[in-house]
Design a protein around this ligand. Structure first.
Ligand SMILES: *[C@@H]1O[C@H](CO)[C@@H](O)[C@H](O)[C@H]1NC(C)=O
Ligand SMILES: *[C@@H]1O[C@H](CO)[C@@H](O)[C@H](O)[C@H]1NC(C)=O
Length: 397
């Protein structure tokens, strides 16, 4: 039973899920393109809207003609970034090519209006203060976003983080955040919004580090759906859970608690009406700005643990969820743990759809607790699953 849950928090899980589950993969920097020649071709201080097509050096050498419709009138900076670029040292065995094609999400060009606005800026100048636009584009599937050659919006007088470990539990300075995209314009507003604002927001009370956030996962023995971190870690030999990922991890309290136990956790998060990524970084743990749609940026069989609370739920299309669960399985090492924390669905969805789907991936069940959720009324027949799953140590392939 889960009667202690805050109903507002729960009703917002949809938004929560949607926002929190993302981060842009870092595109790995290919240093070879810079170390041999200093003549990188920067077009500066020219509005991209008036830039001619990229210089011939940048321009795509079209080998196939199927780009011709989509390339029409695309922003010049977009073409500059995405067009195949000649490797300065010629043919490279690793690429099996003499050129490289920087990646963007396939749907980027489907949203021309947003893309045109996003890629209109002065090269070498200041980027527009357009985080809302960027996130909207990303959530529509333009992920990873194209890179831009401009300086991102930043506070006029940036205030550096508190020293670690103080930074973990102290509200950072308002001057560490660009507030333009958010309803709240300071941390005081965010800390108090659970009390003062009626509007629904993701993770509405998460910024209050002295509230519920401080107690999460810390019980001596977790009860029912609420497992504790220590009971989960105790499933494995001490010290063998060292690195992992929290998908849609709010303000990254999970990562902070794990760090106290010498476990390094990266936290994916969107910035849905709150500066989640800035806040996570201020606390001294690592935010990953990638959505739940993107392939996880880790190699196969590498992570010791993947955790996700509230985000993986019935708002996610079934096929996407199927791919996502397989991706979690992929990145976990054999013997690694998948802590599916408060998966939400309604009534017979659980028996008919989600239990079979989750069970089909190939994890072993360590814990599997199903509970009704009553906060919005029993007639809604809402359900939670909290599960601790393990990738098989042998024959996981
Ligand atoms: C880019 O802008 C900076 C000022 O922000 C300037 O100092 C620099 O010369 C510019 N670079 C080029 C190549 O124009
Ligand atoms: C974390 O690591 C440090 C240094 O290796 C060690 O002193 C400390 O006891 C560890 N803490 C826990 C909770 O394992």
């Amino acid at each position: 039973m889960d009667s202690t849950q805050n109903p507002k928090f729960l009703t917002s899980y949809l938004f929560f899920a949607f926002l929190l589950a993302s981060s842009n993969l870092l595109t790995f920097f290919i240093s070879t393109s810079f170390d041999s020649s200093c003549t990188f071709n920067q077009q500066t201080n020219t509005p991209s809207t008036v830039l001619a097509k990229p210089t011939p050096k940048y321009e795509a050498i079209q080998e196939s003609s199927d780009n011709t419709q989509t390339d029409e009138n695309l922003p010049s900076e977009f073409l500059a970034f995405t067009s195949p670029q000649k490797l300065p040292r010629g043919f490279n065995k690793n690429f099996n090519s003499d050129e490289i094609m920087p990646p963007i999400g396939r749907p980027c060009t489907l949203f021309r209006d947003l893309l045109d606005r996003y890629m209109s800026y002065n090269v070498n100048g200041s980027c527009p203060d357009d985080e809302l636009l960027a996130q909207k584009l990303l959530l529509k599937g333009c992920e990873p976003l194209p890179r831009r050659r401009c300086h991102p919006a930043a506070p006029q007088e940036y205030v550096e983080p508190y020293p670690f470990p103080e930074s973990q539990w102290r509200t950072p300075s308002d001057f560490s955040v660009v507030w333009t995209a958010f309803t709240c314009k300071n941390y005081d507003c965010l800390v108090n919004r659970a009390r003062n604002q009626r509007a629904f927001d993701d993770c509405k009370d998460c910024f209050d580090l002295n509230g519920r956030e401080r107690r999460r996962w810390t019980a001596k023995n977790g009860a029912g759906l609420d497992f504790s971190i220590d009971e989960v870690l105790a499933v494995k030999k001490a010290g063998t859970i060292r690195i992992g990922l929290d998908i849609g991890g709010g303000v990254a309290t999970f990562a902070v608690r794990m760090r106290e136990r010498n476990v390094t956790i990266l936290t994916t998060s969107m910035n849905l009406n709150g500066p989640f990524n800035s806040f996570i970084a201020s606390r001294g743990v690592i935010p990953l700005y990638v959505s739940i749609s993107q392939r996880l940026p880790f190699f196969d069989n590498t992570l010791d643990i993947v955790h996700s609370m509230h985000v993986l739920s019935n708002w996610i299309p079934e096929t996407l969820l199927h791919f996502l669960l397989f991706d979690i399985y992929r990145v976990l090492r054999p013997g690694g743990l998948f802590w599916l924390d408060h998966f939400f669905c309604v009534g017979d969805q659980f028996e008919k759809v989600y239990a079979p789907l989750i069970e089909s991936i190939g994890f072993n069940k360590v814990k599997w607790i199903v509970g009704r959720k009553f906060d919005r009324g029993p007639e809604l027949n809402e359900m939670y699953l909290s599960a601790l799953l393990m990738k098989p140590l042998k024959n996981s392939w």
